[in-house]
Design a protein. Sequence first.
Length: 232
Amino acid sequence: MVTPNLIVSISGLPKSGKTHLAFTFPDPIRVFSFDRGYKEVRAKFPNKQIDCAEYDLPIVDSLELRDTGFPEIWKRIRDDIREAISGGVYKTIVIDTASSLWEIIRYAFNESENRAIGTGGKARNYGEPNARMSSIFARAQLAGINLVLIQYLKDRWVSDENTGEKELDGWRRTEGLADVVLEIRQGTQLIKGKTKNANITLIQGNRYDRDLNGQELTDATYQDLLAVLGVG
């Protein structure tokens, strides 16, 4: 059986194991980091080739800013991602975080349109940002490499009321385009009568077998995911 490349969304609260799971994917891995949170996790994979690109982003203390340099930063990120996907070197691309990348794309677009970076957009204004984000998915799929998108979570609000639930903080089309949608939380497991901390990975959605949705994996890896999905 030929193992397909996967587009995977991994969301969760901070320190829940998102990056660790991403680094279990096949190497060489190229990481595009916007918060530098990968370094401690990378040290746990000494035998893997994990190359990281970091970007110094402007400090945003007001959404009314108009001259921040985001358009130039986005162009550099775009070109770097294109090269990594098409270069034939990497088996996995990790975006850490895709929540931050979507913010960069929106800020860059608004600034290039001579609007404040935090300008709320009507649907007609989001064609270009949507195209920029979706092109990353399409390029990875055509190149036959894995794309792992690490996501933040945010509170879900309905009619100005906090529901107490969490939802993906980022591009809303992600879950529809990803092959597998995962959410990680910290939990525990019982091993030989002792309770130990564990990362619990929930399969929220997938395109292979809908009966798997809702299943939980403990301390999941890429290989575990392939086995459960039946594609490895």
